[in-house]
Design a binder for this molecule. Structure first.
Ligand SMILES: *[C@@H]1O[C@H](CO)[C@@H](O)[C@H](O)[C@H]1NC(C)=O
Ligand SMILES: *[C@@H]1O[C@H](CO)[C@@H](O)[C@H](O)[C@H]1NC(C)=O
Ligand SMILES: *[C@@H]1O[C@H](CO)[C@@H](O)[C@H](O)[C@H]1NC(C)=O
Ligand SMILES: *[C@@H]1O[C@H](CO)[C@@H](O)[C@H](O)[C@H]1NC(C)=O
Ligand SMILES: *[C@@H]1O[C@H](CO)[C@@H](O)[C@H](O)[C@H]1NC(C)=O
Length: 899
């Protein structure tokens, strides 16, 4: 069978009666503005910002200073792209000449030799269209007239308001976003009009590949399919999309080489049509190796290829990879005798209940057409390396690039996948609904074979927005808002998604109450109810280092707090003179209304203020210095890290436990947000320059499979051991120590006990001796298995107030040596307990493009020495690092040179 396979592929190449002409590249396309005042060579795939930079109309990175505002005219301009191409004799002799476009951004008309070919209305549509009749031998011209996305959204919104006697909120983002209005009226990346974490860059351009495919027979456009389990078998529901030049029948072979599968499908193809050919391949489950999320097993993947035999010609599809796994979303009542206690909400993969540990993914860049393979790989690797098993592809972004899903498949990152609607209500006229239907059909068909995709959710926060009355529109009462919402998500999108993909669950919104939302008709009375579905939770006022601040939900899919990037990151985008929190450039990047004061208050509720500065008087001049800003930036990152630890461990401690009112059984902790699109105060745990913030290092510890987690309740320390392992740890020893700042590393209190740690649950630990009353202690809990080997990391609970100006003694880096080409090892030595040690590579090394991470960082030092491995992730100049290339600090000196 393998021999036959190779033979077929060879024949395919030899006999191919098809010709392809790539229309991409950097030396054919021209762009010009509608009024003709800027013009030049364009790159395809690409975007107008890159083109303008390339030809020197823009002289500076759009992400610097306040360029997002200075460059507003770009998004408000119509742009024309055009190129010539040659149709040679062999191509002209073909019956069918297809123009294949994988994506246009966004609204515009395509012409070939002045003949109208198609209108694009959606960044997520694709086009395959026979353009044979518009062509001529020799020179041909293709022109795309893009309308300004900003103007298009504006005009559409006004027209809709005229026809429906109400506008569809929100009108515009808050003024300090410097964003554009009515993103809900244009089907493109919603956050390209600005968001609270990012600037407005409403891109225009040919953002995906484009080519001409000529054929006398047929063109295999794509292979797709989802995998479902039926009884003891897996069924691969294959879909092959073939554009046929003739009406004929075809023998199609679908190959899964690793399983020795050659499935024959006979298809009747219709002329001049995109034919959808389906087939089902049934495979006994015992024959396959399952795909598992990170931490539960291997990510086994299988290549699938289809070959269509057609008049002696064999046409080969691209190869896709599938995985075999089952997904079950469990939503039974937590207490069938008292249904008011609500329903569970968790996912089982291959029958194993999985606590979703991870974060939220925003687009990798504001300029999605560029090549971000390396950046994406870094970010997803950073997720996997710290034990994440899930990311939420958030609804204000995009259907991601194919390589994103491939990476997620390979790394075992489950994707909670929103559909691309966010923080808005949407039009529901016929044109919009059919536009959206085509978008969802195209995109779900494109990506549904990826085993990493866990669930579809209709939108981000739109159900919540209606119920929490985010917008009051007199002419658009809540009842009508609900009707329209139901029309879009429940009546239009839900049945469509179920028809396209029955291999994973669908939720109407995130957050929602899951089936409870459906039982309430599609919009729940209280979508934030912690007893159902998922929740998003933010709090600007309360202490984020105290578990009692938080809800006890079934599943937390968003939560977080802002932190500022460190000075080195900011300095690449703003001037040093702007390095204080009320400077015009720093305020420009703080999109959260009231955000500066919120972070100042939150941070200095826990850390000591430098002498003389009172940030509650917002503009107290002694706070408005570079020194203060550097310290504030560090502390904001430590504050964020501890807040993420406290909140995430709180959720994990509620695994498998219910309180008397039925809250608990929490099964997800996806903090907001993983990545950044610019250097700004945001909720990310990795900054725009790819530096892991302390929160990312903390996440490695609080996402570990087994954690020893502490909390203080009624002045008593409680310890839980939370285990996501599938086997119990019997006869484990749990120790609890209290350390103080001035007793070297000797605990002032220690206790231990032996317990059985149950798999897949949170285990409260009871000590015989009374637990210490928490004072100014660093509390440390450890778990050892029955062979006295430590399981997981030290659990650490820091006091609620940290004296950032205290003297924590001297920290020393020693024994530095190179272990492998990309790894260095060294020791960190301390004199006494240090709350947070922070190691970094020196700015001079970062300036040369080095990106490094550490095996551990942002940790509490409770022993005299620890060993750390530095991993170089990017090193364009192949620098050899020395110990003097590292910096080390603790709260007392991070970011401070005086005060
Ligand atoms: C930085 O400061 C210099 C000198 O004051 C000025 O010329 C330049 O425009 C500033 N750059 C930005 C991005 O503000
Ligand atoms: C081109 O014209 C637009 C609209 O009049 C204007 O905003 C923009 O600054 C001009 N750009 C250049 C490069 O001249
Ligand atoms: C994108 O960049 C990566 C390197 O980061 C390279 O391997 C790849 O070929 C590039 N892709 C394209 C389409 O240029
Ligand atoms: C400082 O801020 C306060 C209140 O925020 C305001 O009343 C005052 O005018 C400000 N002073 C200056 C110099 O900006
Ligand atoms: C648990 O540990 C204790 C003390 O180390 C030992 O006596 C006992 O046999 C162990 N029990 C099991 C089930 O391993």
């Amino acid at each position: 069978m393998v021999t036959k396979l190779i033979f077929l592929f060879l024949v395919g190449h030899v006999l191919s009666a098809s010709i392809r002409l790539d229309l991409g590249g950097s030396d054919q396309w021209m762009f010009r503005s509608g009024n003709g005042n800027s013009t030049g060579m364009a790159t395809v795939p690409g975007d107008i910002y890159a083109d303008l930079l390339n030809v020197g109309v823009l002289t500076e990175d759009p992400l610097k200073g306040q360029n997002d505002v200075a460059l507003r005219w770009i998004g408000r301009t119509n742009w024309i792209y055009e190129r010539k191409f040659t149709v040679d004799k062999p191509m002209y002799s073909k019956d069918t000449v297809l123009l294949v476009i994988r994506g246009l951004d966004t609204v515009g008309d395509v012409y070939i030799n002045n003949y109208f070919v198609l209108s694009s209305t959606n960044q997520f549509h694709q086009h395959v269209i026979n353009v044979r009749r518009y062509l001529q031998p020799g020179n041909n011209k293709i022109v795309i007239n893009f309308e300004s996305p900003v103007n298009n959204a504006d005009v559409s919104a006004k027209l809709y308001e005229l026809n429906n006697a109400h506008f569809v909120p929100p009108d515009c983002p808050p003024p300090n976003y410097n964003g554009e209005c009515h993103w809900n009226f244009i089907r493109k990346v919603q956050s390209s009009f600005s968001w609270d974490w990012g600037p407005s860059f409403p891109t225009t351009g040919i953002w995906q590949p484009m080519f001409i495919q000529a054929t006398d027979s047929a063109y295999v456009d794509r292979l797709s399919g989802a995998v479902v389990k039926q009884g003891d078998n897996f069924v691969v529901n294959v879909e092959l999309y073939i554009y046929s030049a003739v009406t004929d029948s075809s023998e199609i072979h679908v190959y899964i080489p690793k399983l020795n599968i050659d499935k024959k499908i006979l298809a009747k193809l219709k002329r001049d049509t995109m034919n959808k050919v389906v087939g089902a391949i049934t495979i006994p489950a015992s024959k396959v190796k399952l795909w598992w999320p990170n931490g539960y097993g291997q990510q086994n993947l299988y290549d699938v290829t289809a070959v269509a035999m057609f008049n002696g010609e064999s046409l080969r599809s691209e190869t896709i990879q599938i995985g075999f796994r089952t997904i079950e979303l469990v939503q039974d009542f937590v207490d069938p005798s008292d249904v008011l206690k609500g329903r569970n909400f968790y996912f089982k993969i291959n029958g194993v209940p999985i606590f979703l540990k991870g974060s939220n993914w925003i687009p990798v860049s504001s300029f999605p057409a560029r090549n971000f393979t390396a950046r994406m790989e870094f970010l997803l690797e950073s997720a996997r390396d710290i034990g994440m098993n899930a990311l939420r592809v958030w609804g204000g972004g995009r259907f991601e690039a194919e390589e994103f899903y491939q990476m997620a498949d390979r790394k075992g990152i489950l994707l909670w996948h929103d559909l691309m609607f966010a923080c808005a209500l949407y039009p529901v006229d016929g044109a919009f609904l059919s536009n959206v239907k085509e978008e969802i059909t195209t995109q779900i068909t494109r990506i549904k074979h990826h085993p990493s995709i866990l669930v579809w959710a209709g939108n981000n926060e739109n159900e919540l927005a209606i119920r929490q009355r985010w917008w009051i529109v007199g002419s658009y009462p809540v009842g009508q808002q609900i009707k329209d919402y139901i029309k879009l998500y429940k009546d239009t999108i839900q049945p469509l998604v179920k028809e396209l993909d029955n291999s994973r669950p669908f939720l109407l919104s995130s957050p929602s109450n899951g089936v409870e939302t459906e039982e309430e008709g599609g919009v729940a009375v209280d979508p934030a109810n912690p007893r159902y579905g998922d929740v998003h939770y933010y709090n600007d006022i309360s202490n984020l280092w105290t578990p009692s601040t938080y809800q006890i939900p079934r599943c937390a899919t968003e939560y977080g707090v802002q932190s500022y990037p460190l000075k080195h990151t900011m300095m690449q985008y703003i001037n040093e003179s702007q390095w204080f929190y009320t400077s015009s450039d720093m305020l420009h990047r703080q999109h959260k209304p009231g955000g500066v004061l919120t972070v100042l208050k939150q941070v200095f509720d826990h850390f000591e203020l430098p002498v003389g500065c009172n940030p509650s008087i917002f503009n107290d001049s002694s706070c408005l210095t570079g020194n203060f800003m550097s310290k504030f930036a560090y502390l904001s990152q430590f504050h964020q890290a501890i807040a993420y630890q406290v909140e995430t461990e709180h959720y994990r401690r509620w695994r498998g436990r219910l309180d008397e009112t039925g809250q608990g059984n929490t099964m997800c902790g996806l903090y907001w947000q993983l990545n950044d699109v610019w250097a700004a105060p945001t909720w990310s745990s990795i900054d725009f320059n790819l530096n892991w913030k302390p929160a990312h290092y903390f996440a490695r510890r609080f996402f570990a499979p087994v954690i020893a987690s502490m909390l203080v309740k009624n002045n008593v320390v409680q310890v839980f051991v939370v285990s996501d392992l599938q086997t119990d740890i019997s006869n484990a020893t749990v120790t609890l120590d209290a350390l103080v700042w001035d007793n070297a590393f000797d605990p002032v209190y220690s206790t231990r006990t032996t317990v059985d740690i149950k798999a897949l649950s949170s285990n409260p630990v009871h000590f015989d001796a009374s637990n210490p009353e928490p004072k100014d202690f660093v509390l440390r809990a450890r778990v050892f298995d029955s062979s006295k080997k430590q399981v997981g990391f030290d659990g650490i609970l820091l006091p609620d107030h940290l004296k950032s100006n205290a003297n924590f003694g001297k920290l020393t880096i020693g024994n530095f040596y190179q272990k492998t080409e990309t790894e260095y090892k060294f020791t960190v030595t301390a004199e006494k307990v240090v709350p947070i040690v922070w190691i970094d590579v020196a700015d001079s090394v970062k300036d040369r493009g080095v990106v490094a991470t550490f095996s551990d960082n942002a940790f509490a030092m409770t022993t005299a020495q620890v060993t750390v491995t530095l991993k170089v992730r990017q090193n364009p100049k192949k620098l050899k690092l020395k110990s003097s290339d590292l910096t080390i600090c603790h709260l007392g000196n991070c970011g401070m040179t005086d005060h």
